[in-house]
Design a protein around this ligand. Structure first.
Ligand SMILES: Cc1cc2nc3c(=O)[nH]c(=O)nc-3n(C[C@H](O)[C@H](O)[C@H](O)COP(=O)(O)OP(=O)(O)OC[C@H]3O[C@@H](n4cnc5c(N)ncnc54)[C@H](O)[C@@H]3O)c2cc1C
Length: 481
């Protein structure tokens, strides 16, 4: 890096905060004047089918807050709408900047975009400096012998824990260097309508965007951290952090979270830290194996004869499968943009092992609906549930949606929240309502097939068929060896 740069540009992407920010910290330290920009990138936005997308609304509010915070610090945010590939080089020219500073994004499309921009800038002598920011360890930092990436989580996690030191968790300072901030001449935040989107129910749902929202979620969750291991699997308690979306858009710093969890005593914090490490594990997997976006990690499973059944897929999407725990899960997703982790596992297992539909169908549906959608985590977890991924659930372990329901929502509290048709049903009977006698169905005001769907598949039969679908692959595989 040539130091100091007379003028630099910090490009914010999935790091919408102005504290503990690697690129911003470096730019402020190595430049006389620092401008900041966020691009509503049409290459990303144009691909979103739903023009009332809660993620765009979340970003919009977070950008508004970020601009205000940067202005208070002596700077401000330039906001542009266009293809980042073109906007960034143009803006560099307009500002007369000699360097761009930005935090690394490991998704394949982002890697390609950044490489293209770096090349364009290099031709005119402008630096494109990238930094690790959204993870504690990235790319090749945690590798097994002979420079090969891990494909099993536990050894990866052990290596992660062995390698981490206090230095990896130290914040990147910003507040000490604010004298270098440059105030943009003028920049207005386009409205959602101007961006081609509509406002959503995000705020009414109680989601708090921006750094302030992240801090509020974190403050609340810290009361639960010590018991996380005991309460995390109970959807009705809603006891997880809800920080997924904040990690996705960087309104919270991963170092702040990992540092607290790392130094906190007790099993709850340890288990929660493991979840943060799962996030890094899947980011590492996607970085090293971008083909997983469309293919099974274990390529032999690309031969599974998944079925095509639009009616069943539509019933799953709408939460009308007749399995209350699956339906409650899907309705939570549709209504709020969030689904509890245990339910994501149950819903994904049901799509693949009970309905025999391709995991990519479910993965794409979650990608449209999840507020915390993250390509690496979504893909990795879907492949885990479908038994096609690295370190996946073995194919012969198939969740029974009724026993999962009895175990993780024993009183049916969560089910009743999202499946009001079953509000009067006794807790013992709510997990398999098709077994309730016709007279009792009348008493409960829940006639199966009229008020609530009959099960669209029989789990026991579906299980046998799923085993056969996978076993056939294993046999083909062993014959070819
Ligand atoms: C089929 C399926 C799809 C999923 N899709 C996504 C997704 O698109 N985006 C996403 O962030 N997570 C995904 N997950 C993982 C997990 O369900 C969510 O991270 C979690 O439910 C988010 O809620 P929380 O922030 O309250 O999590 P907490 O339980 O408080 O966990 C804290 C953080 O750890 C990380 N984390 C937790 N569990 C996992 C995991 N299994 N894999 C990777 N990271 C994890 C997340 O960043 C999460 O915010 C998926 C899981 C499944 C089974």
């Amino acid at each position: 890096m040539n130091t100091p740069h007379p003028t630099s540009l910090v490009w914010f992407r999935r790091d919408l905060r102005c504290f503990d920010h690697a690129a911003l910290s470096q730019a402020l330290r190595h430049s006389e004047r620092v401008f900041c920009v966020f691009v509503f990138d049409t290459d990303i936005l144009d691909a979103l089918a739903d023009k009332a997308d809660r993620r765009v609304d979340f970003i919009w509010h977070s950008i508004k807050e970020l601009d205000k915070a940067l202005t208070t610090m002596g700077g401000g945010l330039i906001v542009r709408h266009g293809a980042a590939r073109e906007v960034i080089p143009q803006l560099v020219q307009e500002l007369g900047a000699t360097a761009v500073f930005t935090n690394r994004d490991y998704e394949p499309a982002a890697v390609m975009r950044d490489a293209a921009i770096a090349k364009t800038l290099k031709r005119v002598g402008i630096e494109f400096n990238t930094f690790k920011d959204q993870v504690i360890f990235e790319r090749d930092e945690i590798m097994r012998g002979a420079g090969r990436p891990y494909s099993v989580f536990t050894p990866y996690k052990n290596a992660w824990l062995k390698r981490v030191t206090g230095d990896d968790l130290v914040p990147h300072p910003v507040a000490e260097f604010t004298h270098a901030f440059a105030r943009p001449e003028s920049s207005t935040l386009p409205t959602l309508n101007e961006l081609g989107f509509q406002p959503t129910d995000l705020i009414q749902l109680g989601v708090k965007p921006g750094m302030s929202g992240a801090q509020a979620a974190w403050d609340t969750f810290q009361n639960t951290l010590a018991n996380y291991d005991e309460v995390r699997d109970r959807p009705s308690l809603d006891a997880t952090s809800h920080l997924g979306v904040h990690l996705r858009f960087g309104t919270m710093s991963i170092r702040d979270l990992a540092r607290t969890a790392y130094y906190a005593p007790g099993k709850g914090a340890q288990v929660w830290l493991s979840e943060l490490i799962w996030r890094e594990f899947f980011q590492m997997i996607l970085y090293h194996h971008p083909r997983v976006m469309t293919q099974a990690f274990r390529t032999e499973f690309d031969a599974v004869a998944w079925e095509t059944n639009p009616e069943r897929f539509a019933a799953w999407c709408a939460g009308r499968t007749g399995y209350p725990i699956v339906d409650a899960a899907m309705r939570q997703l549709n209504q709020t943009g969030f689904m509890h982790n245990r339910l994501r596992m149950i819903a994904a297992s049901f799509l693949t092992k009970d309905l025999h539909l391709h995991w990519l169908q479910g993965e794409r549906y979650f990608a449209q609906k999840l507020l915390d959608y993250d390509l690496a985590s979504n893909n990795g977890n879907w492949q885990w549930a479908a038994s096609t991924g690295c370190d996946a659930q073995p194919y012969f372990r198939i969740f029974n949606p009724v026993t999962q329901s009895e175990r993780f929502d024993p009183q049916g509290v969560f089910i009743k929240r999202y499946v009001p048709e079953l509000a009067a049903v006794d807790a013992r009977e709510i997990h398999a309502p098709w077994q309730i006698s016709p007279i009792e169905q009348q008493i409960y005001g829940a006639i199966i097939g009229r008020d609530y769907p009959a099960p669209i598949v029989d789990h026991d039969a579906a299980r046998v068929k799923a085993l056969a679908m996978f076993k056939c692959i294993k046999e083909i595989d062993s014959l070819s060896k």
